[in-house]
Design a protein around this ligand. Structure first.
Ligand code: SF4
Ligand code: SF4
Length: 175
């Protein structure tokens, strides 16, 4: 049952359903297999993919308004077990996108996104890391195509947004 103070937002639901593969949400019949397969749910009971989908289905946008969803590992354990092939990790990514636009993004994730724009990778490559790779005989990492990466991110409006968005969860930039 939806709590009285919950703000329902059918615009969020409609937006999500309009995104590529977002409509797979409508196939969810709440069996809960996703949650029983989820490694994050196993250690954090408040992280519940089945419940996230139920909330989005009824237009409860709280999934995009708190940090919990950012704990998703995109490991796809849920998706491979879903009898309806609902694109669960993808739907949670869409919730993160909406969260990002409103600043509902953990500072660490924001930092990683900015590193992608500046370096083309989510983590900077350090000299010790490169030495270890050489010792292990791993291939050269190559150079990211920054022009393409920035153009692609600019195309979806994320570059300008990342310059201005502030994490509502605190951290150095809010001090
Ligand atoms: S396993 Fe699929 S159908 Fe079942 S609750 Fe999860 S998303 Fe819905
Ligand atoms: S993709 Fe996310 S929701 Fe699905 S099993 Fe992995 S951590 Fe859980």
């Amino acid at each position: 049952m939806v709590k009285q103070e919950t703000m329902l937002d059918l615009e969020f639901r409609s937006w999500l359903l309009d995104q590529p593969e977002g409509e797979t949400l409508l196939r969810c019949y709440q069996c809960g297999r996703c949650t029983s397969a989820c490694p994050v749910a196993e250690i954090e009971p408040s992280f519940n993919p089945r419940l996230f989908l139920q909330k989005i289905l009824i237009g409860d946008k709280s999934v995009a308004e708190n940090q919990l969803v950012w704990n998703c590992l995109t490991c796809e354990q849920c998706e491979v077990r879903c009898p309806e092939h609902v694109k669960i990790p993808h739907i949670l990514i869409l919730a993160k996108v909406r969260g990002l636009m409103a600043g509902n993004v953990p500072l660490a994730a924001l930092d990683r996104a900015r590193t992608i724009i500046s370096e083309g990778r989510s983590l900077p490559v350090s000299s010790p890391m490169l030495k270890t790779r050489t010792k292990m005989g791993l291939p050269d990492l190559g150079t990211p195509s920054m022009d393409q990466i920035v153009a692609m991110l600019a195309d979806i409006g994320i570059v300008g947004k990342l310059e201005t968005v502030k994490s509502v969860y605190g951290g150095a930039e809010d001090e």
